[in-house]
Design a protein around this ligand. Sequence first.
Ligand code: SF4
Ligand code: SF4
Length: 405
Amino acid sequence: MTTSSTFRGRRRVAEIAQAVLLLGLPFLRVGGESALRFDVPTLRLHLLGASLAMDEMFGVLAATLFVTFAFLLLTLVLGRVWCGWACPQTVLSDLTAPLDRWRRRGGTRAAAAHLGLLAVSAVVGASLVWWFVEPRAFLRALAGGTLHPVAAGAWAVLALVLYLDLAFLRARFCATACPYAKVQGVLFDRHTLVVAYDAGRDADCIDCGACVRCCPTGIDIRDGLQMECIACAECADACAPIMRKLKRQPDLVGYFFGEPGGRARLARPAVLALGALTAASLVLLGTTAAARSALELEAEVVPGFAPRRTPDGQVVNAYQLQVENRGREPMELRLALDAPGLSARLTPDEIRLEPGERRDLKVLALADPPGPGGRRVEARLRAGPAAGRGPARSRGVPFVVPEQR
Ligand code: SF4
Ligand code: SF4
């Protein structure tokens, strides 16, 4: 059992850190772009310096798998610690608790509290829009009265929903509507960390009701584990000083692994299985990130274009290319055809791509025929930096040498 006297203080530190992180992260820039933002105008996900296009979402899928398995593992081992310590719903409810107390008193204080909750909702609503629209651009457009109607509308709806939540729902959302709360019964086992009441020491309870009065979801921890419990440990904080005063130790309510007296036990099948899946998805994510190139190239022969000879005897093949710059800098690229025994010239052989640009182009390859006709040479079409260092990609293509007529 853990000592409970400072759970609230520790939770406040965690909650303020989370609020600062969520409000500040959209402003943090890595490699000239937001550290984490799905940019709606370009449909690209900016993630810690990488810029992923929509068709690169395999990486996003790998990241989603990792987050999902890690979250399931966290729930299995530490129960609803997310709900009590880090969920934005709890964080916002706790950090606006003084306003809520004013609201319940009525009169002018209630009016001031509603204004305060509206202001908080507006700021938090804007911060949610900043995950999709660059925050400095958002603020500039807002100041200049040129905010896009879609961004303004999304902000207004989010702020309204947040205000209604903070003014009228608060922790009742956790107890009634939160889907995560509904599945906790499936995710918990006999060793999961929970806030619990030591029913074996029922005689030590003086039935003062302090643990019930402070509970944000209005339940009685003495009735055992309930779906409404968000593991905030407010009840443990309320009971601990009473037990100390009565010199009845250890605390009657607190965090336990499974049941009062229970100890952490990580070596259990479900934890090991979820741990393996979390590690596997992390490896998949790392592999996907390592294999990613800022330059993307696809190449195929132009359908319907028959390889031919020019009047001076040169052989012409034609390729359809799709080149994409997935980086943040312009690219000057040189195109080349590597084929054994061939010295081929490409037209065009140099292109420039702006950041994020994707281009389809047709390329002609001319070469002196290498020996007799009626042959197919396996070649590689290559795109690389015209000067200096940079990403390079190549694709296998055939170079067909037709018969001499
Ligand atoms: S606060 Fe402690 S002593 Fe008071 S009712 Fe709750 S469990 Fe019993
Ligand atoms: S029972 Fe205790 S831990 Fe659970 S929600 Fe209520 S105060 Fe928080």
